[in-house]
Design a protein around this ligand. Structure first.
Ligand code: F6R
Length: 243
């Protein structure tokens, strides 16, 4: 695990952007794994700037998102598809046909959707660099504590902790989804590089368990200790219990 300590959230975004830039510049057909949530927003802003300065292009890039809420219309403003459009895709030269999320509606079989998502990733040549955030309970993707370390893309029920952490993003009249399709832990571990970003005091305990704790399904992110190329970019607050 390579740990990059930064002064603040802005610096974490700049540091993380360097890894994405290196991939886009050096690989002819890069495959990027994407995350949603508050943490990567600054990174996406950095990437948009680099694109506007013509330092990077997404024209040949294929993307796979970690997760998507179950049975949500792509155009719904709370869908992760909408999030990606607003925060990144609408501002860069990516071909939308090459952007993928594990969307699954009521009428579909989640097992088959999960299997097809895995097949799509494999057909694209595997993920070169997977961007990750971390939940305050140590989740990566929506692999909540006790998820199998061998898991693949599948349907998961969100924990009370995750529901409560994410409730800030929903207004009182909106229904907060309780289930999501998520890449599995083994799917994430297959990526050639993983780049986890954590900022703020609220992540400090999860970061401590990820970095210093035993590898355990109770803290899914701790499995990254076993990844050959795991880069963890932290601001001072998120690193406060390990430094
Ligand atoms: C998002 C995802 C989640 C988030 C995590 C942290 O696609 O898979 O694991 O990365 O919940 O979310 P934020 O960044 O909002 O604290």
């Amino acid at each position: 695990m390579q740990i990059v300590l930064c002064d603040d959230a802005e610096q974490t975004a700049r540091e993380a952007a360097k890894w994405v830039q290196a991939l886009l510049v050096h690989k002819t057909r890069p495959v990027l794994g994407l995350a949603t949530g508050s943490t990567p927003i600054r990174l996406y802003q950095e990437l948009i700037q680099l694109y506007q300065q013509q330092k990077i292009s997404f024209a040949n890039c294929t993307t796979f998102n970690l997760d998507e809420y179950f049975d949500i219309a792509p155009a719904h403003k709370q869908s992760y598809r909408s999030f990606m459009q607003t925060q990144l895709f609408n501002h860069i030269d990516i071909n939308l046909q090459n952007t993928h999320l594990p969307a699954c509606s009521q009428g579909q079989n989640p097992r088959l959707v999960g299997l097809e998502y895995e097949q799509h990733i494999a057909a694209a040549g595997g993920i070169d660099l997977q961007i990750l955030g971390i939940g305050s309970n140590g989740h990566i993707g929506f692999n909540e504590p006790t998820s199998s370390l061998a898991s693949r893309t599948r349907l998961k029920t969100l924990t009370a902790q995750t529901m409560s952490d994410n409730s800030r993003l929903f207004s009182p009249d909106e229904v907060q989804p309780t289930m999501a399709m998520t890449m599995g832990i083994a799917t994430i571990m297959d990526a050639r590089y993983v780049l986890l970003i954590a900022t703020g005091l609220g992540k400090a305990e999860a970061v401590r368990q990820m970095v210093c704790g035993p590898v355990s399904a109770y803290c899914p992110a701790s499995v990254l200790q076993m990844h050959e190329h795991a880069i963890v970019v932290l601001d001072k607050a998120a690193a406060s219990l390990i430094s």
